[in-house]
Each structure stands twice: as C-alpha cells, then as structure tokens.
Design a protein around this ligand. Structure first.
Ligand SMILES: Cc1cc2nc3c(=O)[nH]c(=O)nc-3n(C[C@H](O)[C@H](O)[C@H](O)COP(=O)(O)OP(=O)(O)OC[C@H]3O[C@@H](n4cnc5c(N)ncnc54)[C@H](O)[C@@H]3O)c2cc1C
Length: 263
C-alpha cells in the first residue's frame, strides 16, 4: 500500500481535535495522572461517566514508575492488594500483610484498564487555573505544558466539568489555586492548604482515606494531594492508599452526581 504523509498528518489532527472537542464538557475532569487519578478515572469511566484526565507530563503514571529511590518495585498492603487483584496486576507476598509488585506492570495495567474503560487522557496538558461560578468549581483552564516551559505568552482555553478532582500529588495545585485566586476557605482546619507532614507510612495511609473528600463545591482531592491539603503524613513508596483513595473519590462523586440528578 502507498502511504501518503499528508493523510497521516490529517488523521492525527482530525481525530485529536474531535476528541478534545468532545471533552470540553465532561462529568468529571481529573488533574494529574498518578495512581490516584488513574484509579479514580477507571472507576468513574466504568460507571459510564464522561471523564477527562489532564496530565502535564509526557508520561502518565505520576510518581509510580520509579518505585522507591528508582528501584521500580512498589509495596501495597492487604487493603490495596484487593484493587491490584481486581485489575489483574500481579503481586507477590513479601511478609504477612505486605505485597510487592512491579511498578512498570502496575502503571501500564492501570493506564490500560482506565483507558479501555473510557477515560480520555490528554497528556502534555497543564491545568493552570480553575473556572468558578456561583461558589462552585465548574471547570478547568488548560494549556499545553510546553507553553509554560518555554515561557511563551499564549492564552489557555476553558473546559467545563460537573466535578473536578485534584490528583496532582504533593503540590495539590488545584486546591492551592482555588485558595489563592478565589480567597475561599477550604474545608480544612485553617481554611488553607495545610501542607504535608514528614514521612510516616502507617499514619499517612490511614489519613488518606478520611482526607479524600470534597473540599469545595465541585472540587475533590485524592491521593497525595488529599494528605497535602489536610496536613497528613507523606508515605513514600507504599501505594495502596493512592489506589484506595482513587476508588473512594470515584464513589463520592458517583453518589453526589446521582443526588444532584435526582434533586
Ligand atoms: C515524578 C515523581 C516522582 C516521585 N518519586 C518518588 C519517590 O521516588 N519516592 C517517594 O516516596 N515518592 C515519590 N513521589 C511521590 C509519590 O510517588 C507519590 O506519593 C504518589 O505517586 C502519589 O500518587 P498521586 O496519584 O497522588 O500523585 P502523583 O503520582 O504525584 O501524580 C500527580 C500527577 O499530577 C501531575 N500534575 C501536577 N500538577 C498538574 C497540573 N497543574 N496539570 C496537570 N497535571 C499535573 C503530575 O505531573 C503527576 O503526574 C514522586 C512523585 C512524582 C510526581
């Protein structure tokens, strides 16, 4: 078969543009493609919500690829293993209650499951601002990451979402934006992003579940961002909490959206 270079270019431009247009108005927009965001995206897409993920880096997977100190093995506890089993990610029992998994397999399978469930992923795309109307977060302001990297003065575009998840990890960028730009009080003790505490896996993994919640109408936090917002401990390369947090936020959003639909 003869290959026409212009047809290849046209195929990319037309299909990508159509996909982006289809995702300018979604049920849920997820900022950050780490394990928490991917897990949330998987469960929400499985429930047939229209879900778009914006990830500022080229690769999806956040901090999971490198395991701990670039040893690409991760650890999950018994609770997290339940999700690994559901996703058919192989784990090996190390000691009672501790399981290891290949970080590369874990990220690859998470991405595959989430995308096949219907999650639409836009990499190299940064959320640089939020849309707020009538005291509710109603969408994101996005731009190509290279625009920021190159320091170019190029305006972003707006997207609309019924719910936004801040799954940006340690920086908790979306929660900070809301607080700094809108001056609103978050649902934390101080009303501000409290910042994460030093590493203590047991406490961090416990806290992450209660910290995974709605922090403002339309805005939810999951994964490391949840602990960073509420002042929880960081936990290092144990990843069960990230997966469980992603699943928890999907359940919260499902129940909130169902309730809103019935009002
Ligand atoms: C690159 C990287 C390396 C890490 N290495 C280690 C390590 O070696 N040891 C350790 O203990 N912990 C490490 N961490 C942290 C640890 O991996 C996290 O605790 C865990 O991955 C948290 O999962 P998460 O899903 O909450 O967020 P993360 O895995 O941190 O993922 C968050 C994602 O959000 C994206 N993002 C952030 N802001 C925006 C924005 N405005 N728009 C779009 N996307 C955005 C980031 O690029 C990232 O991919 C690392 C985190 C990262 C991002």
């Amino acid at each position: 078969m003869k290959i026409d270079d212009i047809t290849v270019s046209r195929a990319i431009i037309e299909t990508y543009t159509q996909r982006l247009l289809n995702n300018l108005d979604v049920d849920v927009a997820i900022v950050g493609g780490g394990p928490a965001g991917l897990c949330a995206g998987y469960y929400l897409a499985k429930k047939k919500y229209k879900v778009a993920m914006f990830e500022k880096k080229l690769s999806i997977g956040g901090g999971m690829w490198g395991g701990g100190i670039m040893f690409n093995q991760i650890v999950v506890q018994a609770e997290g293993k339940e999700i690994m089993d559901e996703m058919e990610i192989r784990t090996v029992r190390y000691r009672p209650g501790y399981y290891t998994a290949d970080a590369i397999e874990t990220v690859a399978v998470l991405i595959s499951k989430a995308v096949k469930a219907g999650l639409q992923v836009f990499n190299l795309m940064s959320a640089e601002d939020i849309m707020v109307r009538k005291d509710r977060v109603v969408g994101l302001v996005i731009n190509w990451s290279p625009v920021d990297l190159a320091g170019l003065h190029v305006d972003p575009i707006a997207t609309q979402a019924k719910c936004v998840i801040d799954a940006t990890g340690h920086p908790s960028e979306i929660a900070r934006l809301l607080r700094d730009k809108q001056g609103v009080k978050l649902l934390t003790k101080t009303g501000k992003v409290m910042g994460e505490k030093s590493m203590w896996a047991e406490m961090g993994e416990k806290a992450i579940m209660s910290n995974t919640k709605k922090i403002y109408p339309g805005l939810y936090v999951a994964g490391m961002a949840a602990n960073a917002v509420f002042g929880g401990q960081r936990m290092g390369p144990i990843f069960g909490g990230m997966l469980l947090s992603g699943r928890k936020v999907s359940r919260l959003i499902d129940s909130d959206l169902r309730r809103e639909k019935n009002v």
